[in-house]
Design a binder for this molecule. Structure first.
Ligand code: FES
Length: 634
């Protein structure tokens, strides 16, 4: 098969690519990050690249549009005529047919997200699965020629009443030398889980750091904590993007990639395991330890991410009846997954509640423990897949709802992640209809500054924009933009539908007007209606009119304006003071399960009691959903 030179600008990354490869696949193989919100399904239109035509002497390339496959029907639909004339193509559609130079425009470049790493302080007793036991053993003699393993286990029994332990192979291999080099003074690292109680390592006395890592594996970001298992202290924190994102922004796109692409599941598995290893390396080096000092890891994620991490088949998660491979808590050795901490370390996942209600939701429940409260709590973890829990002592309901990616900035004309350059807050003057807005990475609000380097709008900005447009009368209760509103910012867009200009091209880094379209408002309506209806059904099942408290979990929940969320009717109306954001509750729950055996058992018990509600099969779902679309819900 013929091969051609492909160069991506402005990074200058280049390589030899086989004919017929899509530009998106070529970019991935060369390490060039391109937004691919739909994972290459030719649906989102975000993977734009611009073909540079002509002879590039310096690069030694003759680049032409004819060196790519013809424009596809999807490109004709997703790109404007003007863009096509300017050489725009969609990277997931265009295939290499000759040497080519491409520019990845600002709006198509993936940028680092602002990641929330800290939750709130939570009190619980430290009693981890893995502990260190210092021992002084009697030396082997002709009169006492017990084997080394027996001698160690006898020592643990007599000194600590630890009976019935076994000795793991990794510990056994180094045992004879460690005992003798340490003058028979050693520390045994013991792991005590319900299913197995074993010595997993023996080290010379005085040198035992016993560490654990908890990671909240989100669809978009991974947040990790290195903890000292002896006292629970968080020694380091780190986070990074979930690298699976280049195979699809949302979970369904990734499930479909795993099923339909050759080697897809392996790629998704290795991508996340590599990221876990990178995080472990970063955390341990930050704290001055070695990766082999980590003896336990707790990972939580939604059901699909959980399956990808444990290399389980995700094919059946994407279709009815959405049965996961396993629901109970899972324990797998680090070495079996290729996680490069102590090889015999245990990788633990909290239980899954149902098809789309995952271990991350179990972690949120553990962190917020509504089952211990007399107050009726509604806990909303807003993501592409919204997870909602409602309950109090004795009764807990949970559901997941397809919020869609709109609240995370996807499928929105100028949507982007919460990264520098994203408009995150917006206010609109009721009288003049003029906006003020704030961009992530900039202190001051526009128009107090002339230029903003705005590149798009992130979820909190989109929510603010729609709520403010509604308050200012630009949008009516049905979500329609009011054509009669007197403002130069309200105009007909290319689709022929009305739109509102938030930022003029001259203020932005992308030199295009940043607008909120009628379709964007619709996407926000669908997302907020999904959450609202989910909460409504849970209240109905519980037998209550409204919750006592609304708890917003996760990064998005921490950044949104609570008043905007209430204005739009994202959840049942409560007093503003009764709405609180708790940060990364899933990460906190993972940490609690790492540090406390009791908490680990507690969530296994409680997760089994949660009644999962499938809202989509309720007979009046459509009616309720349509009512919830209005501002505020009917
Ligand atoms: S249209 Fe190309 S990745 Fe979505």
């Amino acid at each position: 098969m013929a091969e051609y030179q492909v160069i991506f600008q402005p990074s200058g990354r280049r390589g030899v690519i086989a004919e017929g490869t899509t530009l998106l696949a070529a970019a991935r193989s060369l390490g060039v990050s391109i937004e691919a919100l739909c994972g290459g399904a030719r649906a989102c239109g975000k993977c734009r690249v611009i073909v540079a035509e002509g002879k590039f002497e310096k690069l030694g390339i003759n680049s032409a549009m004819s060196h790519l496959s013809p424009v596809t029907a999807e490109e004709s639909r997703l790109l404007t005529e003007d863009e096509r004339e300017r050489g725009y193509r969609l990277a997931c559609c265009a295939e290499v047919r000759g040497d080519i130079v491409l520019t990845v425009p600002e709006e198509s470049r993936q940028s680092k997200q602002v990641i929330l790493e800290t939750g709130r302080e939570r009190l619980f007793a430290i009693d981890p699965v893995v502990k260190a036991f210092p021992l002084t053993l009697s030396e082997a003699t002709l009169d006492d020629a017990r084997d080394d393993a027996r001698r160690l286990l006898d020592g643990l029994s007599s000194s600590y009443r630890l009976d019935g332990l076994s000795l793991n192979w990794e510990a056994l291999r180094a045992l004879p030398e460690t005992l003798r080099n340490g003058g028979w003074n050693v520390t045994a690292i013991v792991s005590e889980r319900q299913e197995s109680r074993e010595v997993i390592r023996v080290v010379a006395s005085g040198s035992a750091a016993v560490l654990g890592i908890a990671i909240d594996c989100g669809t978009t970001t991974l947040a990790a904590y290195l903890c000292d298992l002896a006292d629970g202290e968080v020694m380091a924190k780190a986070s990074r993007m979930n690298p699976q994102i280049s195979y699809g922004e949302d979970i369904l796109a990734r499930i479909s990639y795993a099923r339909s692409e050759k080697g897809g599941r392996e790629k998704l598995f290795h991508a996340i395991i590599d990221a876990v290893n990178d995080l472990a390396a970063e955390l341990t080096s930050k704290a001055g330890f070695s990766m082999s000092d980590v003896y336990e890891m707790v990972l939580v994620g939604n059901t699909a991410i959980h399956h990808f991490i444990f290399d389980l088949d995700t094919s059946y998660l994407g279709r009815s009846p959405f049965a996961p491979a396993v629901r109970g808590a899972l324990n797998v050795r680090a070495r079996d997954l290729g996680i490069k901490i102590w090889p015999a370390a245990n990788i633990h996942s909290l239980p899954i509640e149902a098809g789309f209600v995952g271990a991350d939701n179990a972690a949120v429940i553990l962190a917020e423990s509504p089952y211990d409260s007399d107050e009726l709590r509604l806990i909303i973890d807003i993501g592409t897949n919204g997870e909602i829990v409602l309950g109090s002592r004795g009764k807990l309901f949970s559901t997941s709802c397809a919020t869609g990616p709109a609240l995370e900035g996807a499928q929105i004309a100028f949507g982007m992640r919460a990264a520098p350059g994203a408009i995150e807050k917006i206010r609109i003057d009721d009288a003049t209809k003029e906006p003020r807005y704030k961009v992530i990475g900039m202190e001051k609000w526009f128009p107090d500054i002339e230029e903003t380097s705005a590149r798009g709008i992130c979820g909190s900005g989109i929510l603010d924009a729609v709520a403010q447009m509604y308050r200012a009368g630009i949008v009516n209760a049905a979500g329609r933009i009011n054509a009669k509103c007197d403002s130069k910012r309200i105009r007909k867009g290319e689709s022929g539908k009305l739109e509102y200009v938030i930022a003029w091209a001259s203020e932005t880094a992308i030199h295009r007007d940043i607008v909120i379209t009628q379709a964007d408002i619709r996407a926000v309506q669908l997302a907020k209606a999904a959450l609202y209806v989910g909460a409504e059904y849970l209240l109905e099942k519980y037998g209550a009119e409204r919750p006592d408290r609304v708890i917003l979990a996760g990064a998005f929940g921490s950044y949104i304006d609570k008043e905007s969320a209430l204005t739009l009717g994202m959840f049942p109306r409560v007093e503003l003071s009764r709405v609180c954001a708790v940060g990364n509750a899933a990460g906190d729950g993972a940490r609690m399960a790492l540090l406390s055996r009791e908490k680990r058992m507690e969530i296994q018990r409680e997760a089994g009691k949660v009644a999962v509600v499938e809202t989509a099969v309720e007979p009046d779902f459509q009616k309720k959903f349509m009512n919830a679309i209005a501002f505020p819900p009917i």
